[in-house]
Design a binder for this molecule. Structure first.
Ligand SMILES: [Zn+2]
Ligand SMILES: [Zn+2]
Length: 276
């Protein structure tokens, strides 16, 4: 085969020219001059292809991922390695050198490219909900035929704060938008329904009681085309508390455990454990 560029006769041509001519001006990759990345200014979530992701990866990984979507590698390139080196930061634009290494037809090729990365700071929908005081559910803490006492409320406040702390590591809608103290109990305004359900179950596991949910239609989200509901979750704690002494029929005992409507009692006469 005849190479039209250098006139040599070679066994095999690549893109119609010989290997040495081909390698002379081989381009490892075509990359854009600039890519843009959108980051939430509050929680560092990233917007990718129209969706927000709360990914725990470094900025460099995000840039590499975005670059990967916009890069065209030479079809002969193998074992390609891409490294980023930041050389300059100008306001919201970062300048990088992209080092690309790969083997083409058995030859190791290294090439550098310039890349500008524009960082757009925005607010993700979850942070904007949080900042506007948005809530999807209200947990109404109440007690059966009595008002919850301060000690109970304090320990439930702590339990809720603790749980929110844990859940919010994975779910940004885990927040209390407002806490309202009423004579008959406390209302907790919770960012998401899912979190509110979880919280009310956690509290119920500790203090017993009965949960009732009542969703109310609040309107319609025209852009998403769906009805908007807000849920009121009533958690009614039992009349009795753990360690209370009670007399029930023939049983005189001390409450040891409360779960839902079931109260476990240590019978002080027979020293047995019973449930009422
Ligand atoms: Zn040639
Ligand atoms: Zn955010």
């Amino acid at each position: 085969m005849f190479c039209p560029k250098c006139g040599k006769t070679e066994e095999k041509l690549f893109d119609n020219i010989c290997k040495s001519c081909f390698l002379e001006d081989v381009v490892l990759a075509e990359i854009p001059d600039q890519i843009e990345i959108t980051i939430c200014a509050h929680c560092e979530s990233r917007l990718e292809k129209g969706k927000w992701y709360n990914l725990e990866i470094s900025d460099e990984e995000v840039i590499l991922n975005t670059l990967n979507d916009h890069i065209t590698l030479n079809k002969y390139a193998q074992d390609v390695e891409i490294d980023l080196e930041m050389i300059l930061e100008r306001g919201s634009t970062l300048e990088f050198i992209v080092h690309i290494k790969g083997s083409v037809l058995g030859e190791l090729i290294e090439q550098d490219y310039k890349l500008n990365v524009k960082i757009n700071r925005n607010v993700c929908p979850e942070c904007s909900k949080y900042m506007s005081g948005y809530y999807e559910a209200v947990i109404q803490l109440r007690a059966d035929n009595r008002n919850p006492d301060q000690e109970e409320i304090n320990s439930i406040d702590m339990l809720i704060a603790d749980s929110i702390n844990k859940i919010s590591k994975k779910n940004k809608m885990a927040y209390i938008a407002e806490r309202a103290v009423l004579k008959e109990g406390v209302d907790y305004y919770v960012g998401s329904q899912k979190v509110a359900k979880r919280l009310s179950n956690i509290v119920k596991d500790h203090v017993g009681g009965v949960i009732k949910e009542s969703p109310r239609l609040m309107g319609r989200d025209k852009s998403a085309g769906k009805d908007l509901y807000r849920t009121w979750i009533s958690l009614r704690m039992p009349y009795f508390r753990v360690n209370d002494f009670i007399k029930y029929g023939n049983v005189l005992g001390q409450v040891t455990h409360i779960e839902g409507k079931r109260i476990s009692v240590h019978d002080l006469v027979s020293q047995n454990q019973t449930s009422i």
